[in-house]
Write a protein that binds this ligand. Structure first.
Ligand SMILES: *[C@@H]1O[C@H](CO)[C@@H](O)[C@H](O)[C@H]1NC(C)=O
Ligand SMILES: *[C@@H]1O[C@H](CO)[C@@H](O)[C@H](O)[C@H]1NC(C)=O
Length: 212
């Protein structure tokens, strides 16, 4: 009984302490690191014993010690993208380009409600573009080019009214290119070299996913 009371007060303390709640963001990043191969030791400073991840290299926090940037472009890391990344509620910049990230893009990344920029280009990602990205209402830059992504471009993305740059060139996408919302402004080069992607949708026609 005393033991249970102790446990409950410990859990209350955990819930109340901001230091520990930011350390849960450290745990998220450690989950990413745990699955990666890091031959150039770029993640060496990711020390779990620190009170939060804000002093780690490639991680930037705001004044409240919340992670707002993850900068691992051209870092020679390989492995899967951890779904846990979706818990970084204040993340604005997810910069993971030019590595050997592989496997599917976790749909949990659609929970990054503060995200402004997601750069996953130049990896070996496969599978589809998650429909959950339609929840990224602050997103301005989405670059997924030079991967091995397949499937169609989710129509749901036409609701991303802040999206300024969208690049899915050099993948294996199929279907048609949406024309509504921000898609009215993206140049055709953003869609280059997807052998089964068939031009912009025709106005007024229900999109038909050729070969998808
Ligand atoms: C990248 O990793 C490979 C091993 O996978 C290693 O041989 C190479 O030296 C690394 N490149 C850099 C720039 O660290
Ligand atoms: C087209 O995209 C594929 C997949 O990313 C890539 O391997 C290939 O080199 C690209 N081809 C050209 C001409 O850029």
């Amino acid at each position: 009984m005393a033991c249970r009371v102790f446990l409950v007060s410990f859990l209350l303390l955990l819930a109340a302490s901001p230091a520990i709640s930011t350390n849960s963001e450290g745990a998220v990043l450690r989950a990413l690191k745990a699955r990666l191969s890091d031959p150039s030791n770029v993640l060496q400073s990711w020390d779990a014993s620190l009170v939060n991840p804000c002093t780690w290299f490639h991680v930037t926090c705001d004044a409240h010690n919340r992670v707002i940037r993850l900068d691992l472009g051209n870092s020679n890391v390989s492995g899967p993208l951890a779904p846990e990344l979706g818990h970084l509620q204040d993340l604005q910049y997810l910069e993971l380009y030019g590595n050997n990230f592989e496997g599917r893009i976790p749909e949990e990344l659609g929970n990054l409600k503060s995200l402004i920029s997601m750069d996953l280009y130049g990896n070996r990602l496969e599978g589809g573009i998650p429909k959950s990205f339609a929840k990224l209402k602050s997103l301005r830059f989405l670059r997924l080019n030079n991967n091995k992504l397949s499937g169609s471009i989710p129509r749901e993305l036409v609701t991303l009214s802040n999206l300024k740059i969208f690049d899915v060139s050099n993948n294996d996408l199929c279907g048609t290119i949406p024309i509504d919302g921000p898609f009215a402004t993206f140049p055709l080069q953003s869609f280059d070299n997807n052998s089964r992607l068939n031009g912009p949708e025709l106005q007024g026609l229900v999109p038909y996913d050729f070969g998808c």
